[in-house]
Design a binder for this molecule. Structure first.
Ligand code: GDP
Ligand code: MN
Length: 400
């Protein structure tokens, strides 16, 4: 799960990390008032208006604007709320902007990058920092990898201040900045563990001309599996981050993850779903999704799954791979056939149109196959497969 920058800033502040004051608005008519409040409190005329969307690259896209008057703040807010934001991270269709942060602006002497993520290779949380902040860290990684410093964090003892000071020094903080940066690092490491983060990123962490170290952006990802014990984090989810199809699947007890290919997969069991995706790839195809209907594979579940899979316009064929176990494959086959026959297409017609390959295994598999073959007249795009390889080959051939 992701949160918006303004929520991330509040989280940073609650762990003692200094962040300039901000106000959230959803209406350009409130921009002047918010500008007055944040600049008045900070004793400056500089403020920054920032789109609150789940994508970075806002600065370059024109959705982070420095303003020096209430009029400029209103103009920037009006622009952002009435245009979609297209950045390097959004794709050409862009994102709708409904919420803005108006924050006190700061003068910047230098921008740093600071983050924590979990590194599978070292099996540690790792702190990542760079004196080349502000820009995308991926760019720095390519153009100047030596400018990125990493510090694995001991899972037992956490990050202590002495270690953090040495790291801050190595990254390039000087004088009184070292102590401030080290405190921020220790706080971020504590926050990361206590809130079940999978990414905590401050880009940029800035130094002002007066040598103050401040966070002026915040990006967090949280481990969804930890949300049950993080009610305060879970409550921050405003639904703007979730793919509608993924949400719908969750409501129906299906696990669905959209991928980039064109072959939809309908499978019961997560391990079988993985094997199905691997086999499709092995025969030269690209899976369009991971979908686990769970144990039941009932007609209702299959109907819902078909509809979720086909809501992705890139899908032009579906491979159904169901292991019957103790369930009768004849019953499963009848359910799949009914779901396909009664499927309502977007144009209002009924009956499956895209190629459908079905592989069943388990109890009464022969009965299941007979049911599938008997359905051929009413479902001409349906093919039964002998095994997983055969199914994968057939669907790859059918989608071309
Ligand atoms: P992102 O592009 O989506 O990562 O948005 P950021 O919040 O990181 O802002 C992008 C850039 O805008 C920063 O790297 C800064 O250079 C600039 N910026 C943001 N806030 C301020 C501010 O308060 N003062 C100044 N001078 N620049 C800012
Ligand atoms: Mn940023």
């Amino acid at each position: 799960m992701k949160v918006h920058e303004y929520q991330g800033r509040e989280l940073l502040a609650s762990f003692g990390i200094p962040v300039p004051a901000g106000e959230v608005i959803t209406d350009a008519g409130r921009a002047a008032e918010a500008y007055g409040a944040v600049t008045g409190a900070a004793g400056t005329d500089l403020a920054v208006v920032k789109a609150q969307v789940h994508a970075g690259g806002r600065g370059k896209a024109g959705f982070v604007k420095l303003v020096r008057s209430a009029g400029e703040a209103t103009e920037a807010a009006g622009f952002m709320l009435s245009n979609r934001m297209v950045s390097v991270q959004t794709g050409p269709e862009g994102l709708d902007v409904g919420t803005l942060l108006v924050a006190a602006g700061v003068d910047i002497a230098k921008e740093y990058y600071l983050a924590i993520t979990t590194d599978r290779d070292t099996r540690r949380n790792v702190m990542i920092a760079s004196a080349e902040g502000g820009v995308e860290i991926e760019q720095v990684a390519e153009s100047n990898p030596d400018a990125i410093k990493k510090l694995p964090i001991d899972p037992e003892s956490g990050l202590d201040e002495a270690e953090a000071r040495a790291f801050a020094d190595a990254v390039g903080f000087t004088g009184s900045q070292v102590e401030q940066a080290a405190k921020i690092m220790v706080a971020l490491a504590k926050l990361y563990v206590e809130r079940d983060c999978s990414l905590a990123e401050i880009n940029p962490l800035i130094v002002t001309p007066g040598d103050e170290v401040l966070a002026i952006d915040a990006k967090f990802n949280f481990d969804d599996n930890g949300l049950f014990r993080q009610p305060e984090i879970a409550a921050l989810d405003d639904g703007t981050d979730t793919d509608p199809a993924e949400k719908r699947a969750e409501e129906h007890g299906l696990s669905y993850i959209k991928l980039d290919g064109n072959i939809g997969c309908l499978v019961n069991g997560a391990g079988l779903a993985m094997a199905t995706m691997d086999t499709i790839k092995h025969f030269g195809g690209e899976p369009a999704n991971f979908l686990d209907v769970g144990g039941s594979a009932s007609e209702e579940a299959v109907t819902e799954a078909f509809s979720i899979i086909l809501s992705d316009p890139h899908v032009n064929g579906i491979l159904v791979n169901i292991f019957g176990g103790i369930m009768d494959c004849g019953v499963i086959a009848a359910g799949v056939v009914n779901a396909a026959k009664n499927f309502e297409n977007a144009d209002g017609s009924t009956g499956f149109k895209v190629p459908l390959v079905v592989r069943l295994e388990g109890n009464n598999v022969e009965g299941g196959k007979k049911t599938l073959e008997a359905a051929h007249d009413s479902l001409p795009t349906l093919q039964a497969a002998d095994d997983l390889s055969d199914g994968a080959k057939k669907i790859v051939a059918a989608v071309g």
